[in-house]
Write a protein that binds this ligand. Sequence first.
Ligand code: NAD
Length: 433
Amino acid sequence: MDVQSLNHQRSEIQSQYEGYTPKPSKPWPWSTTISYLLREQRLLFVLVGVAIATLFFSVQPEVRKPILQPETKANDFVPKFSSQMLAVRSQVSADPMAFVRPGAKIPLGLKRKPLRIVVTGGAGFVGSHLVDRLLARGDNVIVVDNFFTGRKENVVHHIGNPRFELIRHDVVEPLLLEVDQIYHLACPASPVHYKFNPVKTIKTNVMGTLNMLGLAKRVGARFLLTSTSEVYGDPLEHPQKEEYWGHVNPIGVRSCYDEGKRVAETLTMDYNRGASVEVFYVRIARIFNTYGPRMGIDDGRVVSNFVAQALRKEPMTIYGDGKQTRSFQYVADLVEGLMRLMEGEHIGPVNLGNPGEFTMLELAEVVRETVDPQAKTEFRPNTEDDPHKRKPDITRAKKFLGWEPKISLREGLPLMVDDFRRRLFGKSKGSSL
Ligand SMILES: NC(=O)c1ccc[n+]([C@@H]2O[C@H](COP(=O)([O-])OP(=O)(O)OC[C@H]3O[C@@H](n4cnc5c(N)ncnc54)[C@H](O)[C@@H]3O)[C@@H](O)[C@H]2O)c1
């Protein structure tokens, strides 16, 4: 083809397009769209699709974001979720429901897969009641205990349950287990026991807590520390709020316990703040005096002392003038609070206690009413560093956990008395634990 014929062809094509103008766009024909949707039940399919998508997003596996508490500084804990970390977390808990937002509804037909939970100190007084609740909920529980103050009798009713395991182990030594949650209770709690070997007590608090935090971090488990109202020492503020830093003797006979728990709290928060912290979460409960069945009969705690003495027809020993106050919560209330704290979004520390305040003289009166109206009292000099007042402010627990104690001293004490009577004399008035 020569140049002339090429030019001719080009001018023909140009002349064809010279008169071209694009069509003006028409407004969207809504009536056509609506009639299209109405035909052959298409609208129904669209609505069903929207409903499925809404359901999916409302229960969508969501990483449990640690919510920064109002009192947590912005740089305290910056969660960094890389895809690698999420992969680690999902290996630890292959359970899709483990990520369902607490409080979110479990969709119909989808059951929560049982969690694997370690309870250190699970053969003790509080621990054994917690184990009962966790197993009743359907979870798998591993109790780790060295039986210093705990008793196999407290958990013997679970032996043979395939979801229950009991390991004799001292938490001062490291331990590796694959678990989703760790309730760390292992520590002697009564003055008689924690003063028996104070160095071991502080070692349990420091080394034991370090080991359990290390385990939690390693496997991405949620960790709950059972701290104590003793961190407030002999308080100068009343009632005690979590913001109060306490008034503690660092070198007294109770310091192995009080300061030990304070260090345990420090370790817990430092792990939480630590730059290398990956996907694991901590909780701190500050427990106030708790009583109930399975308490050590001669463990030196005031409620168990009074009840055991009144049952044995011995005078109830009151140290000092008996005007010092304590608040007493029933163990079932405490267990409920611990579980809510573990499952919730609040790191703590959170006071768990009954704000009802009793002097030792008033407590002796309630024990007299419950056990023996003839029971006598005897007075002895007060013990060193005995706090004068103790009463929890539970505003935080109410606000963040929706928790408050339900069982009064007059309701709970008979349950404990019945258990003590059975253990001391082998007979019971028929009430269960
Ligand atoms: N009961 C209360 O009034 C109260 C008050 C404040 C805090 N707390 C805390 O709650 C937790 C449980 O208290 P509790 O009243 O059930 O006491 P407890 O003495 O009945 O139970 C403690 C358990 O920990 C075990 N233990 C102790 N040292 C251990 C170690 N080194 N390794 C492994 N196991 C060990 C004991 O054998 C026992 O089974 C403790 O951490 C305690 O400090 C209890």
